[in-house]
Design a protein around this ligand. Structure first.
Ligand SMILES: O=C(O)CCC(=O)C(=O)O
Ligand SMILES: [Fe+2]
Length: 311
């Protein structure tokens, strides 16, 4: 296991205030972000615009949520693939997940919390709504930087209209005492565009680069950003989709949550003409994102993107 040398960028309010969108400083940071997406497929951002109190409230709210009876949790279903309540499974034996449809919309957050707590839970509803809005804003800035680094700001406008999100809340049970480490989510790439993750104090997330697994050490107030298959495909394979997994090795439970940027149902993922040339011949055929996700649901395979859309 290597020591984490994941690129880390300062996205603090103070740092971002010094660079206006479109300025030289902004372009320079956009370029570094793109380089990290090409070399590692992931990077850390120090992001103080999520107050420490909001982070605490999020973790504080997750515990009672996952303690609800299984019948209650199962009531949360969704028409979007991999959203809804996903109980522990053979593939992920310690993990339970809520994949929630875009809770940065207040009514979606309310529908979810009213279903889980029939008397309502306005404080957790507000926490979920605020956290997903703040992570959504960070996603917007990073996507904008990536598109600008390719000198394609117009494509950002087009893509942002078709972008939605899924917010995932995750709980990993503690492995039995004295057990060997347990792979709680096997190695995978995310299918979506960009994922932004936050974990509690139990460090268990690993990313694969330079031929080895590296545990992610989150600096204070940081989040991990990962490139997914849809963004890799859009970039004609220039950006690298980060392979990652979760390995639980202590007798402690773990909570994490993440913002998953996803193209809206029916959106086509297509390599723009500007990214195809002699050096970079077309690598992926256009595909409908939701069809790709349905394909994965029935054919879990390594290199799914190459298999499904590779030319
Ligand atoms: O729990 C984590 O930190 C990672 C979860 C993850 O990789 C996923 O949900 O795709
Ligand atoms: Fe993942």
């Amino acid at each position: 296991m290597g020591v984490s040398q994941i690129p880390c960028f300062d996205f603090s309010e103070e740092a971002l205030n010094q660079i206006q969108e479109g300025s030289e400083g902004w372009k320079c940071l956009s370029h570094k972000v793109r380089e990290a997406c090409e070399s590692h497929g992931c990077f850390l951002v120090v992001y103080d615009q999520i107050p420490a109190k909001l982070r605490e409230e999020m973790f504080f709210g997750l515990k009672p949520l996952f303690q609800l009876p299984e019948e209650t949790k199962k009531k949360y279903t969704s028409s979007i693939q991999f959203n809804g309540y996903l109980a522990k499974s053979q593939r992920a034996p310690l993990l339970a997940v809520f994949g929630i449809d875009d809770p940065s919309k207040l009514d979606t957050a309310e529908d979810f919390t009213n279903l889980m707590w029939p008397d309502g839970n306005p404080s957790f509803c507000e926490t979920l709504h605020s956290m997903s809005s703040k992570m959504g804003e960070l996603n917007r800035v990073i996507m904008k930087m990536i598109f600008e680094s390719f000198d394609m700001p117009k494509h950002y406008e087009l893509n942002s209209k078709n972008n939605s999100c899924s917010f995932r809340l995750m709980k990993y049970d503690a492995p039995p005492r004295d057990s060997d480490p347990i792979v709680a989510i096997p190695a995978h790439t995310d299918q979506n565009t960009l994922t932004i993750l936050c974990e509690d104090e139990v460090q268990a997330l690993e990313v694969f680069y330079e031929n080895s697994w590296n545990q992610v050490a989150f600096p204070k107030e940081s989040l991990l950003v990962l490139v997914g298959d849809a963004l890799k495909a859009w970039s004609n394979g220039r950006l690298h989709a980060s392979k990652h997994r979760v390995t639980m090795s202590n007798n402690k439970e773990r909570y994490s949550y993440g913002f998953f940027g996803i193209p809206k149902p029916g959106t086509t993922v297509e390599v723009p003409q500007q990214l195809v040339n002699k050096e970079h011949p077309l690598r992926y055929r256009p595909f409908t994102f939701s069809d790709y996700v349905s394909f994965i649901a029935s054919h879990r395979t390594d290199e799914a993107l190459e298999f499904y859309a590779g030319i």
